[in-house]
Structure formats: C-alpha cells, structure tokens
Design a binder for this molecule. Structure first.
Ligand code: SF4
Ligand code: SF4
Length: 377
C-alpha cells in the first residue's frame, strides 16, 4: 500500500520512521503533503504542496493518507474535508494513535493498527472550546458567541464541566487544540481550575486562553503560575479599544514568562444570520470554515452559535432552531458516532449568513446587528 503523509513537521517524519520499522506490512510512503514546499523532499521522498495534490490527480500513485497531528493544527479537519471532496474521495484517511506517536519509545506493542486508525474511528478531536464566562467586558456588536447580549454575570458550573470533560475523555483521548474563552475568560475567578482540569484530561493538547486583553495586566501571580506550569498559551484578540494597550499587555506576558500571541487589530466583524432559512439547507454547512466544537452542560455542538443562540432568541423573541445541534455526550457510544454527528448540518446552518462585513463597534443590542445586509435594510 502506498501512503501520503499530510504534514511536514517532526510528527509527520516520525510517522514515516515508525512505518519503516513496520516495513514488513509493505506500506510505502510515496509523498509528504506540505503547504507550499515545492521542490523539497525528506528522506528522498518528495514533498508535494497541498494545492498541487488537489489540482492534479495522483490517485494512481496513492492508496491512502495519514494526517499528521501537528503542522496542520485545526486545518487537519480542513484537509480531511478537501480530500473527501476531491478525486481522492474513496481513499482511506488515517489518523495515527496519539499516544503511540508521542510515546513511541515506551510502547512495546507498536502495531500498524495504531498508526493506521481510520479517521472515522479515531478517538481524537481537532478542536474543542469551552466558555469560562458567557458575559464580556467589551460587548462587541455582532459577537458570534452572543456575549454582548448577556447582561448578568454568567459563569458555567465548574463541577458540571468537570463531569463533562471526564465523560468526553471516555471516548475522545486526545484533542489538538483546546480554547478557553467566552465572553471574557479572565472575568472568571476560577480560571485556574479550568486550566488544570483540561490539562489533566488532555496532556498533549495545545491549550489556549483567548482573551480580549483588557484584564491581562491584572492577572494574579497565582494565575500566571498556573498558566506557565500547565504550558497554556495566551491568545489576545485585539479590538480597537485595546489597541493602545498592546505594549503593556505584551510586557506583562513577557515579564511573567507566558507564551502568547496578539492578533492584528480586528476592525471588522461579519453577520451571523438571515431571518429566513436558505432554500438549500446544506449550503452553509458545506461552505462552513468554522469547526469550533463547543462543550457546555453535557452537550457538544459543531459551533458556538448552536450553544449560545439562545441568548439572541431570548433577547429578540426569535426562534432560531438549536436543539438538533446539541449532541448529548452521555448518549454518545463511540468516537465514530460523535464524529458523524459533528459533521452533519443542523437546522441552524440553514440560517447562517456571513455575507455582510461591518466595522467593529460596541453593541447597541439591536437584533439587526447580527443579520446580513438584506435584513438590515
Ligand atoms: S471581546 Fe470577544 S467575546 Fe467579548 S463581545 Fe467581543 S467578540 Fe464577543
Ligand atoms: S451554524 Fe452551521 S454553517 Fe453556521 S457556523 Fe455553525 S456549523 Fe457553520
């Protein structure tokens, strides 16, 4: 069998070396797939850019794909979707067992079944987010999590979250990226408990706190220590009112030894909905680039809109449907069932409309702030 490994990072090359050790299975790595690595190769194996792979037909040379856990990050799901929509739709796609890959030296029963885990059966999720607060101290117009419509303090129940994470861990053993956000997560005085809970459950996850930055310089020393000790990364989404605090935020995070990233200033937002459903009910989901699985109160959904649209409905008396997008993690029997459920379009997708861009501003709490242009006329 000839395999292409999607990825050109250390983990991709490690998959190749494990396959070499299991050479008696006659699996040959024919190529690596990189983002733009024209003309390069590793171990005399060519690295083909993703675009070229998708625009040319290599299907006679390749029987299946292994998607490396690193390098592609969140886009692991994106490459999976692209392959499934291409000439490679019938090829097998595998995700290697995560612990095997990370602990290869200690694993006695290195087996081909642990390297070639079909994507559909993999106990891995590419992405998960949890709120540490539903409300926010910035209140942007058109916030996709509807935090600017949350007028009171709303913190998720930590014990409930803890139960949910342990339940999810029964069938999802690894998550690539976990983001703790909101609303504004730094408003939650128990944020350190969220961090330790998620780190214990998912030791190899890339855990991020996503903040608007307003409270970064007020973070306590004990919170900074928890962030450092648990190798959590801080991502600051920079909005216009916080732009002039950028240097102060940067200095604080550097002084406290916290790894971080500050986005460019976000000056525009996009609409969320239209009021009537599209005739083509699957169109929005098929073109959706939002793979932001969100966990809340025993349910997981394929995007935060499903979980938090109730704030919009309550505020404006609308009835955007959300129920069929909530997947009860206590009723899910396997990773396969979860993957299938998360991939399906839900009723809410047929209202989703990101076609209108508008300048960032503070919300006036008008329903039209979330609607596409036609709706605002
Ligand atoms: S800062 Fe983020 S969470 Fe807060 S209102 Fe703005 S977009 Fe929403
Ligand atoms: S509602 Fe559907 S189409 Fe819209 S962002 Fe969520 S998953 Fe994507």
């Amino acid at each position: 069998m000839r395999i292409a490994i999607c990825g050109t990072d250390d983990k991709a090359f490690k998959i190749k070396s494990i396959l070499d050790r299991l050479a008696y299975h006659n699996i040959v790595v024919g190529m690596f797939i990189g983002p733009d690595a024209v003309g390069l190769c590793h171990d005399n194996i060519p690295i083909i850019p993703e675009n070229e792979l998708l625009n040319r037909d290599y299907s006679k040379e390749i029987d299946g794909f292994i998607i490396s856990p690193e390098h592609y990050g969140l886009t692991r799901l994106s490459i999976y979707k692209k392959l499934k929509a291409s000439v490679y739709a019938n090829k097998k796609i595998y995700l290697p067992d995560f612990e095997t890959l990370y602990n290869e030296g200690n694993v006695k029963d290195l087996s081909i079944e642990k390297i070639l885990v079909p994507y559909e059966d993999s106990s891995q999720l590419f992405y998960l987010e949890v709120h540490a607060a539903d409300h926010c101290n910035l209140n942007c117009k058109g916030c996709m999590h509807f935090s600017s419509l949350v007028k009171e303090k709303v913190f998720p129940d930590f014990n409930r979250l803890s139960e949910d994470v342990h339940q999810l861990r029964k069938f999802i053993k690894h998550i690539d990226i976990i983001r703790i956000l909101g609303g504004e997560p730094l408003l939650n005085p128990e944020l350190d408990r969220y961090i330790t809970l998620l780190r214990e459950a998912y030791p190899y996850a890339n855990i991020n706190i996503v903040t608007n930055g307003l409270l970064v310089a007020n973070m306590s020393q004990s919170l900074c220590e928890t962030i450092r000790n648990n190798e959590v990364h801080v991502h600051v989404s920079l909005y216009p009112p916080v732009k002039n605090k950028k240097e102060k935020i940067e200095a604080f995070l550097k002084d406290n030894g916290i790894t971080f990233q500050i986005s460019d200033c976000i000056n525009t937002f996009t609409s969320t909905y239209q009021s009537k459903p599209f005739v083509d009910k699957t169109y929005a989901k098929e073109h959706c680039e939002i793979f932001c699985n969100n966990l809340r109160d025993g349910k997981i959904s394929c995007c935060p809109q499903v979980i938090y649209t109730h704030y919009y409905n309550e505020c404006f008396g609308t009835t955007y449907p959300v129920e069929d997008g909530m997947i009860d993690i206590y009723k899910i029997g396997s990773a396969r069932e979860l993957h299938q459920s998360l991939d399906k379009p839900v009723s809410l997708c047929s209202y989703c409309d990101r076609s209108t861009c508008f300048d960032w501003s503070i919300t006036k709490r008008l329903n039209a702030e979330w609607l596409s242009k036609e709706e605002c006329l």
